[in-house]
Structure formats: C-alpha cells, structure tokens
Design a protein around this ligand. Sequence first.
Ligand code: SF4
Ligand code: SF4
Length: 298
Amino acid sequence: MITGTIFDIRKYSLHDGPGIRTAVFFKGCPLECAWCHNPESQSFSPELIVHPKRCIACRACVEVCLQAAIDERLGTDRGRCLACGDCVPVCFSDARELVGREMRLDRVMDQIKSDRVFYEQSGGGVTFSGGEPLSQPVFLQAALAACRELGIHTALDTCGHADWEVIDQVRSGVDLFLYDLKLFDEERHKAATGVSNALVLDNLRRLSELGHTVIVRIPIIPGANDDRGGLEQLGAFVAALPGAPPVELLGYHQTAEAKYASLGREYALKGLPSPDRERMQSLAGILSGCGVTVLNEW
Ligand code: SF4
Ligand code: SF4
C-alpha cells in the first residue's frame, strides 16, 4: 500500500485553485523560506506542536515522557524531544499535537471522494500542496492517477524545485500548476530560500513549452523581493514564456507567527508589516508593465 507523509487535509478551501477544493498538504520541503506561512510543513519528519495557553497544568505529559523532555515549568526541551507523540493522547486540553503522519493513499482518497459533490457544483477539485508534493513523487503520482480515474480536477501547488524527471513523471495527471516564483536573481534566491533557482526557472520553462496550464504565484515579501528591479526581472521572464502564464500576487501576512512559537522556533520576520492594498496594486502595475497578466482583483 502506498503511503505519504501528510500534515493536513483542509476541506472547502477557496484559495488553492478554482472552485471549492480539498487541499492535501504534504510534509517536507527542500526550501527554507524565512517567511513560510506553513512552518510545520518544512521538516520531513513529524513534529510536536505545543499550545501553552491551552495547558491546564495537569502534568500528565510529564509523567509519560520517557525522554524527560518536559521540565518542571512544563516547557518542552526540543533538543530532547523525539516527537514520539506519547504526550499527545494524555493531554485532554489539546495543548499538544503531533503534526505530520504517514497516511495510506486509500484513506486520503476517501476524504477527497467525500467532497465530490462540492467539486461538481463549484468547478473545484483537489489541490496537492505542502510542503512540496514533488518531494514525495510516488505518492503524488498515485494520488493524481486516482483523481484522474474519478474525473476530479487536480492542481499542484509547487515551488518547482525538483528534478525534471520527477515532474515529467507526474505532469500528465496535473490539470493546473500553481507555480511559485520568488526571485529571478540566483544569488538572492539562494540567500532567501537556501537553494538555487536554476531548477525552478528551467522547470517552469519546460512546462510552458509543453502547453501545461500554469498560474505563477509570487509571494510579496517586503524587503526580500518587492523591489522594482527584481520584479521587472521576474516579469520579463514570465512574459517571455510560451503562453505567458498569468500571475497571482500573494501578499505577505504575519498569521504564521504563532505557529513558529508553537513549534519552539524563532520567527525571523517578527514585526514585518504586510504590504497594503495600494502597495500590492503598485507592484502589480510593475508586472503588467512587463506584459504579464495579473489575476488579482483589487
Ligand atoms: S498534559 Fe497537556 S494540559 Fe497537562 S500539563 Fe501537559 S500540556 Fe498541560
Ligand atoms: S513527543 Fe515524546 S519525547 Fe516529545 S515531549 Fe512528548 S512524550 Fe516527550
């Protein structure tokens, strides 16, 4: 039985492609963006999340933790914690949860199939997101094939950082690519994400040449990629692609800050303000000026 490491299945999503969708979130990503709004998706391993505000100080977790990872003040020592999950079921106030679990394909498909009526009424479907779904190609390919057999529309939300052989293996099962582009300059991309963008750009070019349906998504992160020069580079690249795929801008927001805290991690962008509507309109104008179709409605 094929299995994948999944950290969430979100129903009735309206922001992950057309219509009402079921979004399946794969755990693990090859990039390390400081602004990631799903930090629980980055590691390929299960992780412990702690919500201190829900804690009623019953100390049941302390009793079961064989690693002695929970101290007298009920703080969790991340250096000791093995994410075994033993403290989760004994916490009746849901202050502890394990994020990421191995799921069988048929279990995931059961959840996807249960929402078919919504897909049919709204023109929706399923979106494979993450994390990076292409990092689990066997599971992804099998899930795409199962959806295709059922006539369910599929979208793949990807950062594009994968070997072309992997994309080539799955692309026939994808109806829509939601393709993230962050920066055109390779050194800036490396500094912001930890990896080169050579694969990202090359794979997008190949998908466009092959006629796939693509929406390019650019997250706008103040100070990281919202400068005119960088956007013009991205805009020129996208406009020159075969079919010139449309672009959607995603404004940075701070909602992930609490997630970093619950994972015991520092949030590097603390206090960074979100770009306002006027700023987003102005940046969209830069891309339009390069000949790019911007999909956002303001
Ligand atoms: S089991 Fe839950 S509620 Fe009890 S002390 Fe631990 S975290 Fe707090
Ligand atoms: S997940 Fe396991 S090791 Fe980590 S705090 Fe809970 S019981 Fe201890």
